[in-house]
Design a protein around this ligand. Structure first.
Ligand code: PHE
Length: 524
């Protein structure tokens, strides 16, 4: 008999795509992609990046969205439903976003500060602002509160609505800034050449690895986000098409960002003779402000729009990071969304404080408050993005490629059939997907993991004790997640999306949530 069950989640396919794209488009696109491109052989790097997004990124994204969609539940339950022994990956996919939120929000706070301060010589403030911990904490708090407000309003009423406004706004601002930068005149051509001139000799194996790991980060993979968003996707959402759109949008935004940044930097070089730094934190918070300040009032206006756009990009990413953790807290601990998001936000805020202090020291050249020789931000970034994220992405492929089918056949054609019976219909692409998700993509991810770890332990081919410390910390975290899971969670209920509605109703808070849920027939 068919009964109608209330489902909380995205109301429309476009809402889902924009929310997932909102997660994907972030500092990774607007900031690290451009400078990594210029450092690794321009168009050659872009070529490998696009290929990585297509053959690794899109496959992992499909696997993760599908894991969530079939379970209609948080990552722990979702991986557990693929196989009981894999649930720890889900727990792990909740710890990583929690850690990332803590440092990403600080950078988000910086972008708000720079937006507000656009008319007041941003080029002068990096040292003083980053060293003024009270102010940094204040802006971090503002940023976290903005994300909290959205997550608190729920998936449909908060995340979907916000994404539908913010993502088009971001795109319009970006295109506007690109047009302005491309018409600056002197130096623009040199900037474009520096950004995009293909130089395969500069790319090398290192560049290829950098492109692959950049694709993971940029597409928000290997950290539960797409599992969680996928769990809010209804039957009406076409996974294959959605993944294509999300990857396309993410790549276009990344490419456009470089079209704004390098012409601007080279324009400044052409008129002043000064070569600004285009690497790391200096690019966004020191070099670009110099260019904007130099362009007078128009530059200040462009700066306002530019940093506003970066802030929006960072915000929609942090919203997704906080949602994963919040979803789990709601479903596992059976608490109302409001309570859950406050707890999550408070934890992230508390951890962000020492990180911002350590970052302030690093920016001001002081060698204080480091872990394994790194400031806290870089330390957490290496632990999560270089070591842990590929492990989780690998697990997502394995879960789909080998565990949905209980017989774990080695034949991808059989896997293809099992996946189709399970509900994943990808048409002609299905067979290719089965081969990729079973063999090719996990193998490539393994390469990224091994060489990423090697690079941390042997930077420049010399053994580093600090690097070893970073890697050990990361794997210890992994082991901890596994232990907690097997001791505490494996035999217990870990909740699903429908619980959230029950919880809201039980708490008598259902009026506001009533319109948050879409009616969906379930086959039982
Ligand atoms: N994808 C985001 C970016 O490109 C970062 C991010 C990573 C967001 C992981 C959420 C999860 O900046």
């Amino acid at each position: 008999m068919e009964k109608t069950k209330k489902r909380n989640g995205f109301a429309s396919g476009i809402g889902f795509i924009l929310a997932a794209a909102g997660s994907a488009v972030g500092l990774g696109n607007l900031w690290s992609f451009p400078y990594k491109t210029s450092a690794n052989g321009g168009a050659a790097f872009v070529f490998v990046y696009i290929l990585s997004s297509a053959i690794i990124g899109s496959i992992v994204m499909l696997a993760e969205i599908y894991l969530g969609k079939r379970a209609q539940a948080n990552p722990v339950t979702a991986y557990k439903k693929a196989n009981k022994g894999l649930g720890w990956l889900g727990l792990f996919a909740i710890i990583i976003p929690l850690l990332i939120t803590c440092y990403y929000s600080i950078l988000g706070g910086y972008t708000i500060k720079y937006t507000m301060n656009s008319f007041n010589a941003n080029s002068q403030i990096l040292a003083s602002f980053s060293g003024n911990v009270g102010e940094v904490i204040l802006y971090t708090a503002i940023f976290i509160i903005l994300a909290l407000v959205v997550v608190m309003a729920g998936v449909k009423g908060g995340i979907e609505k916000a994404s539908k406004v913010l993502m088009p706004a971001l795109f319009i601002l970006l295109v506007g800034v690109v047009i302005y930068c491309l018409t600056l005149g002197a130096g623009v051509k040199d900037g474009l050449a520096y950004y995009l001139k293909p130089d395969f000799s500069q790319l090398g194996f290192k560049g290829i690895l950098a492109a692959m790991s950049q694709a993971f980060f940029s597409l928000s993979l290997g950290m539960g986000i797409m599992v969680s968003y996928g769990s809010y996707a209804g039957k009406n959402i076409k996974i294959g098409q959605s993944v294509f759109m999300i990857c396309l949008f993410d790549t276009i935004v990344a490419l456009l960002a470089g079209l704004a940044i390098f012409p601007a930097i080279y324009h400044y070089k052409a008129i002043s003779g000064v070569d600004l730094k285009v690497n790391g934190i200096m690019l966004l918070f020191s070099s670009l402000p110099v260019v904007f300040d130099n362009l007078g009032t128009i530059g200040h206006i462009v700066s306002f729009f530019f940093f506003g756009m970066v802030a929006i990009a960072a915000l929609t990413s942090v919203i997704s990071l906080m949602e994963v953790v919040t979803q789990f807290v709601i479903q596992k601990f059976r608490v109302h969304r409001t309570k859950a998001i406050f707890v999550v936000a408070a934890i992230c805020f508390a951890i962000s404080i020492p990180i911002s202090i350590s970052l302030g020291f690093a920016i001001n050249g002081q060698d204080k408050m480091t872990i394994c020789g790194q400031n806290w931000l870089d330390f957490i970034d290496m632990v999560t993005n270089t070591v842990l994220m590929p492990v989780c992405a690998f697990g997502s492929c394995i879960a789909i490629g080998w565990f949905i089918d209980k017989k774990a056949t080695a034949n991808p054609l059989k896997t293809f059939k099992t996946l189709e019976e399970d509900g994943l219909s990808l048409g002609k692409f299905g067979k290719i997907f089965a081969v990729m998700v079973k063999y090719v993509t996990p193998a490539l991810i393994l390469v990224v993991e091994i060489f990423g770890v090697k690079d941390i332990i042997f930077p420049g081919n010399v053994f580093s004790k600090n690097g070893l410390g970073i890697v050990i910390t990361a794997y210890a975290l992994l082991a901890l997640a596994a232990i907690v899971y097997f001791v505490w969670l494996v035999k217990r209920e870990t909740g699903c999306n429908a619980d959230e509605i029950d919880i809201a109703i039980a708490a008598n808070l259902d009026e506001s949530d009533e319109d948050e849920v879409a009616e969906e027939p379930t086959e039982n």
